[in-house]
Design a protein around this ligand. Structure first.
Ligand code: PEP
Ligand code: MN
Length: 264
């Protein structure tokens, strides 16, 4: 079902007037984690003012270590839903387990599957019947074939609204957190009809690389971007402050994209 041979036309995912995969560049911005109501409200205002369409923020965080901050949970979901409504933004949040799919689907417009869960087949099956679009992140050691097979689980469950997200893969290079695989963008668009989103934040792990790799992703034909932005990145509650743009950088980047996107 994920294959372009089966479905030659691009899939366009329409959510409350925003079309993803239809030629318009969709930008999702916000913090790694929802930390407080005030934090997500302030960032939502900045995301909207910059011209993005979707507010990102994790309420359930897949942390490498069990003693790190694990997210604000259901309270965070509610805070984010309120901020999204107030600032007229769609919302995207990560769901980590099948048990939490229903509650995440109740509060968010798009459900994100993190890189560590790309082959959590029980989760993928449950997302097949959740009724909400899903952004599936590529496993950091997954081939395109494994990635498309993971998408297939959600599609086969009856949910046609899947976005594929390239978020960097693990290579021998340690200077960057991951290696953003730009080839994935045209390859996945050739093999599949699903929208392809690029995540230059996790793809590089370094703030100073997010702007150039965002532009490179647009040049490679990405249908959308998911970018971390924080008002106080040095004090963010996850380690992802180092890759989060400051609000001014995020706003300037979106201005540049307006100039770049139509020309391509
Ligand atoms: C995130 O989006 O904050 C995240 C945890 O992403 P990934 O699953 O790509 O590491
Ligand atoms: Mn993050």
């Amino acid at each position: 079902l994920a294959s372009r041979d089966f479905h030659p036309e691009n899939t366009v995912i329409s959510i409350k007037g925003v079309n993803i995969g239809g030629g318009e560049l969709v930008v999702m911005g916000g913090p790694c984690a929802v930390e407080s109501a005030a934090q997500i409200d302030e960032i939502a205002g900045l995301v909207k003012a910059a011209g993005a369409q979707v507010l990102r923020g994790g309420a359930f965080k897949p942390r490498t270590g069990p003693y790190s901050f694990q997210g604000t949970g259901v309270e965070g979901l509610i805070m984010m839903a309120e901020a999204g409504q107030k600032h007229d933004l769609l919302t995207i949040t990560e769901v980590m387990t099948p048990e939490y799919v229903d509650i995440c689907a109740e509060y968010a417009d798009i459900l994100q599957v993190g890189t560590r869960n790309m082959q959590n087949f029980d989760l993928l099956r449950k997302l097949g019947t959740c009724g909400k679009p899903v952004l599936l992140k590529r496993g950091f050691s997954s081939t395109y074939d494994e990635f498309l097979n993971a998408a297939e689980y959600i599609l086969a469950g009856g949910n046609p609204n899947v976005m594929l997200c390239e978020r960097g893969i693990r290579t021998f290079e340690t200077y960057t957190r991951n290696t953003l695989d730009l080839s994935a963008i045209p390859v996945l668009q050739q093999l599949s009809h699903l929208p392809v989103i690029s995540d230059p934040s996790h793809g590089t792990g370094r703030r100073e690389l997010v702007v150039p790799m965002t532009k490179a992703s647009v040049a490679a034909g990405a249908d959308g971007l998911i970018i971390e932005m924080h008002t106080d990145p040095d004090n963010s509650m996850t380690g992802d402050g180092v890759q989060s743009l400051f609000p001014d950088q995020f706003a300037d980047l979106l201005k540049d994209l307006e100039l770049l996107a139509p020309a391509i």
